[in-house]
Design a protein around this ligand. Structure first.
Ligand code: FAD
Length: 388
């Protein structure tokens, strides 16, 4: 398709980025995509995929060089997420969550924390970001998990739900309230909890609609003691850290959604060209030609917006919350629409597990919900408009 080819041709990747993206694309095509349906069907954590990503050193692409990484631009990181997610959305989610856990350590961590944790991420450690609680979803400032200082330790008590990779993560970035500060958003603080810390347990794994290969865990913390030096920033810095984290992870959800949407579009194009009904390929019935034209236009616009957000970050722009919300809405709504249309274009065959569009439609839905629902993203954008 010429418009997409022209877009790809104008992206100005450096030589190193091109080599990396070629390597990821090959891995995605030869290993991740062929395994995706099986992992989903068996509801199995995609360890082979994680090992493959570790083997090519992918954990290093968001870690500074002095801590063992080989960082790429944020725009390139988003493209990596898009490519992985097109092949296996669950693996894309896991990899994106690692970056979402490591980034706040880079931005807010002490030198000691950076030395202790970042080389592990560069080597492929798994991270989890634990904000949501049974009573605090969209209203994240209302978390009830308690952080009580006790000498050179912090005692954690509380429960988290829906935590991606929470059951197997090496490091959990956990949000709760500092008991010495009056209960309010100002008390929200962030700590790092390592796997195996006594008092930290997995309560259950959720049974979900899709992305079955990515685990989603309920976690409990009961008299769980961590060293005081695992506090990220200062007591009460939690909301600042959370918002900075989400500003970077929301475009990453946009990239996941675009990966899912791109995969559905490719499958739809191939199928509707090959499937003949009423004497011509399905795509040549005018209603379908127009639908495909609309979807191609939407897909290209969403990819341009993702590139724009990536460039803003690479140029040093700090205030990207509005654009981060825009790409999250644009890409996830498109993924839902495009995968639904793809199932429709496959007819009855699309409703069966014979084709991957059925899985893609189930995977698309979560991108409208997590990292802040799309209603919440619209509030973020709306607040910016009202403030003007
Ligand atoms: C598979 C999966 C993975 C996840 N991974 C993580 C993770 O790794 N870490 C983590 O911390 N969380 C994670 N989550 C949680 C996710 O971020 C929350 O589910 C999401 O933010 C919504 O919170 P909630 O489910 O409590 O819904 P609620 O906040 O109860 O919302 C219910 C409905 O009300 C709407 N609503 C709420 N407030 C408003 C408002 N002010 N204005 C308008 N509408 C509103 C919502 O949009 C939604 O439609 C995950 C969830 C799932 C399902």
């Amino acid at each position: 398709m010429k418009s997409f080819e022209r877009f790809e041709g104008n992206r100005n990747w450096t030589a190193e980025e091109s080599i990396l993206l070629d390597q990821i694309s090959r891995l995605a095509e030869e290993a991740l995509a062929p395994r995706a349906a099986g992992y989903d069907e068996r509801k199995e954590f995609p360890w082979k995929n994680i090992e493959d990503l570790r083997r090519i050193g992918l954990g290093g692409i968001f870690v500074p060089e002095e801590y063992g990484g080989a960082p790429v631009t944020y725009r390139c990181y988003l493209e990596v997420i898009r490519i992985i997610s097109a092949a296996c959305a669950a693996t894309g989610i896991i990899f994106g969550t690692n970056s979402a856990t490591a980034k706040p350590i880079i931005e807010f961590g002490s030198d000691e924390q950076k030395r202790r944790f970042l080389p592990r991420f560069a080597e492929g450690a798994l991270g989890a970001l634990a904000i949501t609680e049974p009573h605090a979803g969209s209203d994240a400032a209302n978390v009830r998990t308690k952080f009580r200082p006790d000498g050179n330790q912090i005692v954690i008590d509380g429960e988290k739900i829906f935590i991606t990779t929470g059951d197997v993560a090496d490091v959990v970035l956990l949000f709760g309230k500092w008991t010495e500060i009056e209960d309010s958003p100002n008390a929200v603080s962030a700590v790092l909890v390592e796997k195996g810390t006594p008092g930290f347990e997995t309560l259950r794994l959720e049974k979900k609609m899709g992305t079955h290969a990515s685990s989603t865990a309920a976690l409990t913390f009961t008299d769980c003691r961590i060293p005081r030096q695992n506090l990220l920033g200062q007591p009460g810095d939690g909301m600042k850290i959370m918002l900075a984290t989400l500003n970077k992870s929301r475009p990453s959800v946009g990239a996941q959604a675009l990966g899912i949407a791109s995969a559905a579009f490719e499958d739809m194009l191939e199928y509707t060209n090959a499937r003949v009904q009423g004497g011509k390929p399905v795509v040549q019935h005018q209603a379908n030609t127009f639908l495909m034209a609309d979807l191609a236009t939407e897909l290209l616009s969403a990819r341009l917006l993702l590139d724009h957000v990536g460039r803003l970050v690479d140029e040093g722009e700090k205030h990207i919350s509005v654009e981060a919300s825009m790409i999250k809405i644009k890409a996830s709504d498109l993924a839902m629409r495009l995968t639904t249309e793809a199932v429709q274009m496959f007819g009855g065959h699309g409703y069966t597990r014979e084709h991957r569009v059925e899985r893609l439609m189930r995977e698309a839905k979560i991108t409208q919900i997590w990292e802040g629902t799309n209603q919440i993203q619209r509030q973020v954008i709306g607040r910016d408009l009202l403030a003007r």
